[in-house]
Design a protein around this ligand. Structure first.
Ligand code: GRG
Length: 301
């Protein structure tokens, strides 16, 4: 039987819990804030996209017998750990200075700034380790494992998330063109989301044409994701989102609604969504990825 999206999310949560317990054993006081940050209630969109892309690329759908399922889910932890690191650092007082995340006090509020900086720093090598272990568990050759790690680290670094975050900070309280905003969104959000999709295709050993389609899907769905995030920051309920709304305006951030208005932003998100779904239509088994794409567009948290 094919697992539902909720079952898949529960399997990923289970793998996170089990793997962290095993991996952090004996590591001392850093284990607690790491567990606090990672095991909080995230939507797990990035690992879901990785598994969805793997299925769309012809990876076997449903639970794989024995070691394979947990190896796939272990690799899926890589992007989630990079993402969690970015949230911990993004919330710091020197960044967006947020007190609430995933429905509870941010890591620096709970454990102090020093612990939050180190938690974020520790999550990045853990992410690489999860991908390497997942690749070994799936029996992927070393060059493929290296490529997977390269995709994730490129998306996380200066040409991806970190570079995009800096552009985002530099644009605060400034007039920003729509093109400049698209560059910020691509870097800070869409590159990592696209990396999940590219990795799913590469891990499934799909043809390059399929991998390219998954990457283009990921970029478009990543841009849709950030556009919806900007909309929710204006219209969403803080208790539902688990973070304080209205922060973008308070910080003078350039956002899609601030440039195009709320209705214009909604139209833009739908355009990105259509573009994304069009890319995966010809693939072997795109249903799960399509479902996750709809979730990104229709989410209220
Ligand atoms: C090295 C200091 C330093 C920074 C690293 C902080 C950073 C670079 C990048 C931040 C990138 C960032 C936070 C982008 C926003 C992406 C976004 C919309 C996050 C919310 O993702 P969800 O909704 O969150 O998937 P959950 O909690 O559900 O996982």
């Amino acid at each position: 039987m094919t697992p539902t999206l909720d079952e898949l999310r529960a399997a990923i949560d289970g793998e996170l819990e089990d793997w962290l317990s095993e991996t952090l054993q004996g590591t001392g006081p850093i284990a607690e804030p790491i567990r606090y940050a990672v095991l909080a209630k995230g939507k797990r969109i990035r690992p879901l996209l990785f598994v969805g892309a793997w299925e769309a690329a012809g990876g076997v759908r449903g639970p794989i017998a024995g070691n394979g399922a947990s190896a796939l889910h272990r690799m899926a932890l890589g992007p989630e750990l990079v993402h969690t690191y970015s949230l911990v650092h993004d919330d710091l007082p020197c960044m967006d200075d947020d007190d609430l995340r995933r429905g509870r006090p941010t890591v620096h509020v709970r454990y102090g700034e020093r612990a939050a900086v180190m938690t974020g720093a520790a999550l990045l090598p853990l992410a690489i380790r999860a991908v390497a272990e997942g690749a070994a568990g799936l029996g992927l050759p070393d060059p493929v494992a290296g490529r997977l790690i390269g995709i994730l680290t490129a998306a996380a670094g200066s040409d991806g998330m970190v570079g995009g975050q800096l552009l985002d900070l530099l644009a605060e309280k400034k007039r920003v063109s729509f093109e400049a905003l698209a560059r910020i969104h691509l870097g800070k959000t869409a590159r990592l989301i696209a990396a999940c999709c590219t990795m799913g295709g590469v891990a499934a050993r799909a043809p390059e044409e399929t991998v390219d389609r998954l990457t283009r899907f990921g970029i478009a769905i990543g841009l849709a994701f950030q556009t919806v995030d900007d909309i929710l920051d204006v219209t969403g309920s803080s208790s539902r989102m688990g973070k304080i709304g209205g922060r973008d305006e308070a910080l003078g951030k350039a956002t899609t609604p601030s440039i195009l208005g709320l209705e214009g932003a909604r139209v833009r998100a739908e355009q990105f969504g259509r573009e994304a779904l069009g890319e995966i239509a010809p693939l072997a088994d795109p249903d799960r990825l399509r479902e996750i794409g709809r979730l990104v567009l229709d989410r209220d948290r």
